[in-house]
Design a binder for this molecule. Structure first.
Ligand code: XUL
Ligand code: MN
Length: 347
């Protein structure tokens, strides 16, 4: 296993998925949470990220006191394994109350459900010892545009973020933008949108973002540019590295699987901005292929980590001086080939 200097790695329990897709059932048996937890250290990971109901299953049927009790039990188990909880994210896309969105639902009762559940997630985050709440705004958008007002949706989103910031004076909100899926069109499709919404809240300093490579690609953007943009504002508080082959369903492929050069440029962007130096984790939101055999159950994670570390070496050995000369001469033709040769390992 290659060594990393400052980067620390993280993933979520949902990333050991069992192969189901919209067209077919699971192809592997589910793996127990205990087995996943015990596996993390072995594959070079130090942290786990949680949806609220990954931390406390069947959360909606439990009292506040029961939720906290179970969160405390989980914290003990994490401590026992030496694993940190990186973040908690409210899962606002399964429950019948979220069919038409959570914070931007047209039904006020459903909007209240979304806010209450987010507050519960913050309480869980507190118990697990993390100040990071991740918001993937899954259904905050529309299937048909005329069903909601975009302007009203921005106001509702800001009101929901304000309720979360008011619930806990220390919590930081990290918005994970995605332009589509499950919705046709989402209200917060890019990092620019996320950071603009942050500015409207009661405490913009506590609202930042999370970049997922596949989500940026689905928005037609280069994830490396999204990283540079977010970090120019000091707002990249978490990261979901993975890969995506063009504009189709969200694929969550292993890091570098589709486009090694795009992956290389993400690592370079993280390096030049000092990602990780404030304790941020490199998380992989990747899934095994439907065809993956059970005995390969963690390979998508360890492979993503290995690829990241190999690209880190490539980033650190990149011939900067030579590249600078070519840039000064506007010789982008040779610069292009320099990058290709460097990634290929030289002649
Ligand atoms: C969905 C996605 C989620 C979030 C966490 O595309 O990436 O898994 O990362 O809710
Ligand atoms: Mn993600």
């Amino acid at each position: 296993m290659a060594k990393s200097n400052i980067y620390r790695f993280c993933t979520g329990p949902w990333n050991w998925s069992a192969g189901q897709d919209p067209y077919g059932p699971p192809t592997r048996t589910e793996i127990s949470f205990d087995r996943k937890l015990a596996e993390l250290k072995k594959i070079g990971f130090e942290a786990m990220m949680f949806h609220d109901d990954d931390a406390v299953p069947d959360i909606d049927g439990k009292s506040g006191a029961q939720v906290l009790k179970e969160a405390k039990e989980l914290k003990k188990r994490l401590d026992g394994e030496g694993i940190t909880a990186e973040m908690v994210a409210p899962r606002l896309w399964f429950h019948p109350n979220t069919v038409d969105g959570g914070y931007t639902s047209n039904d006020p009762k459903n909007r209240q459900y979304a806010i209450d559940r987010s507050r519960r997630s913050i309480d869980i985050a507190n118990v697990l010892g993390t100040d990071l709440l991740v918001l993937w705004l899954a259904r905050e958008g529309t299937y048909i545009r005329e069903s909601k007002s975009g302007r009203r949706s921005v106001d509702l989103l800001v009101a929901a973020l304000d309720a979360m910031l008011g619930h806990d004076k220390k919590i930081r909100l990290s918005i994970e933008p995605k332009p589509n899926e499950p919705m046709d069109v989402a209200y917060v499709p890019t990092i620019g949108h996320a950071l603009a919404v942050a500015q409207l809240t009661r405490d913009p300093k506590r609202v930042g973002c999370l970049i997922e490579s596949a989500h940026a690609i689905l928005a037609g953007l280069d994830p490396a540019d999204e990283i540079d943009f977010a970090m120019a504002f000091g707002k990249l508080w978490s990261l979901h590295l993975n890969d995506q082959n063009g504009l189709k369903f969200d694929q969550d492929k292993p890091f570098g699987s589709s486009n090694l050069r795009v992956a290389f440029n993400q690592v370079r962007a993280l390096e030049r901005n000092g990602y990780g130096q404030k304790g941020e984790y490199v998380c992989f939101d990747v899934h095994p292929f439907r065809t993956t055999q059970p005995e390969q159950w963690s390979a998508h994670l360890s492979n993503s980590r290995d690829t990241f570390l190999r690209l880190l070496e490539k980033s650190r050995s990149y011939p900067e001086k030579q590249a600078e000369r070519l840039i000064a001469d506007r010789n982008y033709q040779d610069l292009d080939q320099l990058v290709i040769e460097h990634l290929l390992g030289g002649k």
